[in-house]
Design a protein around this ligand. Sequence first.
Ligand SMILES: CC(=O)N[C@H]1[C@@H](OP(=O)(O)OP(=O)(O)OC[C@H]2O[C@@H](n3ccc(=O)[nH]c3=O)[C@H](O)[C@@H]2O)O[C@H](CO)[C@@H](O)[C@@H]1O
Ligand SMILES: C=C(OP(=O)(O)O)C(=O)O
Length: 422
Amino acid sequence: MDSILVTGGGELSGQIPIAGAKNACLTLMPATLLSDEPLTLTNAPRLSDIKTMTELLQSLGAEVTSLQDGKVLAMSSHTISNHTADYDIVRKMRASILVLGPMLARDGHAVVSLPGGCAIGARPVDLHLKALEALGAELELKDGYVHAKAPGGLKGGIVDFPLVSVGATENVLMAATLAKGTTVINNAAREPEIVDLADCLRKMGAQIDGDGTSTITVQGVDRLHGATHPVVTDRIELGTYMLAPAICGGEVELLGGRLDLVAAFCEKLDAAGISVEETDKGLKVARRNGRITAVDVVTEPFPGFPTDLQAQMMALLCTANGTSVLEEKIFENRFMHAPELIRMGAQIEVHGGTATVTGVDQLKGAPVMATDLRASVSLILAGLAAEGETVVSRVYHLDRGYEHVVGKLSAVGAKIERIKGQ
Ligand SMILES: CC(=O)N[C@H]1[C@@H](OP(=O)(O)OP(=O)(O)OC[C@H]2O[C@@H](n3ccc(=O)[nH]c3=O)[C@H](O)[C@@H]2O)O[C@H](CO)[C@@H](O)[C@@H]1O
Ligand SMILES: C=C(OP(=O)(O)O)C(=O)O
C-alpha cells in the first residue's frame, strides 16, 4: 500500500490548478441514466471515485468513455440493460445510491444495494427513500437491497426534508425531472453541486427553478435529451490548497478558484489572519503576518462552513495562537484525524461533536494513518508545517478525492513524495 512522505518547513509559492468537483461529477454522471442520448462532462476530475462510478454505470449498461486523459467523460445510456446496482460496487462508494432516482424515473424499476455506514458516520439513506416515496415510488428493503417500483411512472409530489441532505436532494431532483406533474422540494440542499446538477439537467431539457435556494420546483417532462456540461470547480480541493500557504507561509494562487464557492471558509481564514485576494485567474492566498489566530468553527450545510474542510482547518489551527473550538454538526464521527494530529504534537481534546484545539508553537513529524479522505489531506497539510518527516499511510483514501496531490504541492515548493508499496 502506498504512503506519502512529507518533509516540513519552507514557504510555498506559485500556482495550483483546481480540478472539477468530485462531488458534482459523482451526481452528474448518474444523470446519464435519465436519457437515451449522450451526456458529455468536461472538466472531470481524475479520481478513483470517478472510476468507481464509471464501473457502476457500465454495469447498468451505460457506455462511459474517458477522453483527454480522463478530463472528459463521454457517456451514453441508450437503454438500461441491468437495473441492479450490486453491493460489490455500491459498498465502495456511498454516492452509488444516486443511480436509484434516475433508473426509477426512466424505467419505473430499480434495485440498489444499501450502501451501509462508513468511517465518518452511520449515513443512512432514509431521506432518499422517503423523498422517492413522495413521488409515488413503492419501496421494499430485502437482503440489503432497496427494491423500488413505480409501475405507472413517478408522479410529482411535495418533498419536505426534515434535515438538509445533499445526496437525497440530488436523487429526488433527478427523479422529479421525468415525473408526471410538479414536484416541490422543501428544505433542499443549496450546495453549488446541486446548482451544477440543475444546470446540467436544464441543458438536457428539464424544467427546474429555485436551485441554490431551500425550495426547488421541478415541472416533469416526458423525456430528456443529450448535453455537454463542464463540472463546477471543486470547492473542497480549493479550500484544501488555500490552507497550504496559510499553514506554511508564502503566497499561492489557486487557478479557477471562486470566492462564492468558499465564502464562509474565507471568513474564518480572514479571522485567522490569512488574506484571500481575487485575481483574473482565481484566488491568491497568503498569511498576513506572524502566527495564525485561533478561531471557532461550526460545520453547517452550504452556505455554512463545510464539513469537508473541517479536518484541514483543524490542521491549520493546531499551531494557532490561542484555543479554537470546532463543532462538527453534520457527521457524528468526523474527528478521526485528531488522534493522528496529536501524534504530531497537537493539543486537541474531543468531546462528542466538539474538538478543542490549543495551538502549539511547532508540530513534529511522525508516522500517521489516514482514516478517511479529508483526514488524509489534513495530515499532509500538518506535515508541511511540522518539523521533520511525516509519513501518511493508507493513502488510497486520498486517491478518492485529490488528483495529483504530490505534483500539485511539489509545484509550489512543498517537499512531498509518494512511496510505493509501503
Ligand atoms: C458524494 C457527495 O456529494 N458527498 C458529500 C455529501 O454527502 P451526503 O450526500 O451523503 O451527505 P448528506 O448531506 O446526505 O448528509 C447530511 C446529514 O444527513 C444525514 N442523512 C443523510 C441522508 C439520509 O437519508 N439520512 C440522513 O440521516 C447524514 O447522515 C448526515 O448526518 O454531502 C456531505 C455534506 O455536505 C459531504 O460531506 C459529502 O462529501
Ligand atoms: C465525505 C466525502 O465523500 P463521500 O460522501 O463520497 O464519502 C467527502 O468528499 O469528503
